[in-house]
Design a protein around this ligand. Structure first.
Ligand SMILES: NC(=O)c1ccc[n+]([C@@H]2O[C@H](COP(=O)([O-])OP(=O)(O)OC[C@H]3O[C@@H](n4cnc5c(N)ncnc54)[C@H](OP(=O)(O)O)[C@@H]3O)[C@@H](O)[C@H]2O)c1
Length: 92
């Protein structure tokens, strides 16, 4: 799971205690190489994408970071998901 430390991720981890949930430093979705490396290493069958830029109040000032996480980040996760033939769950 990405974003395991967030509100959605924390709730999901309570329901799925066996799920691997690296921190945003261990699995930074803006870093394609890291995303590929971690997912290739772990070979998950299912990826729950709960990482997101959610600071609505700051998003206008931090547009680039918002784009990197919410647009490029999901694209990186989707690419790595395809690479290992896993399934991806993402709920906006
Ligand atoms: N909360 C809800 O009721 C709810 C319901 C349905 C869907 N959603 C959706 O679920 C997603 C998360 O929402 P939330 O409420 O859980 O938000 P949140 O509490 O702000 O959590 C966001 C998570 O994303 C992580 N994150 C941010 N940038 C990252 C990056 N570059 N790489 C990896 N992880 C990163 C954060 O890690 P750090 O804290 O380490 O930065 C944090 O764990 C959003 O897309 C939201 O629309 C939420």
């Amino acid at each position: 799971m990405t974003g395991g430390g967030g509100r959605l991720g924390t709730e999901l981890q309570a329901l799925l205690p066996q799920i691997l949930a690296p921190s945003s430093r261990e699995l930074d979705v803006t870093d394609l190489k890291q995303v590929r490396r971690v997912i290739e290493r772990e070979q998950p069958e299912l990826i729950v994408h709960a990482a997101a830029y959610t600071n609505i109040g700051a998003a206008e000032q931090e547009r680039e970071q918002c784009w990197r996480v919410n647009v490029e980040g999901i694209s990186h996760v989707a690419e790595a998901t395809r690479m290992v033939g896993a399934k991806l769950i993402h709920r906006e």
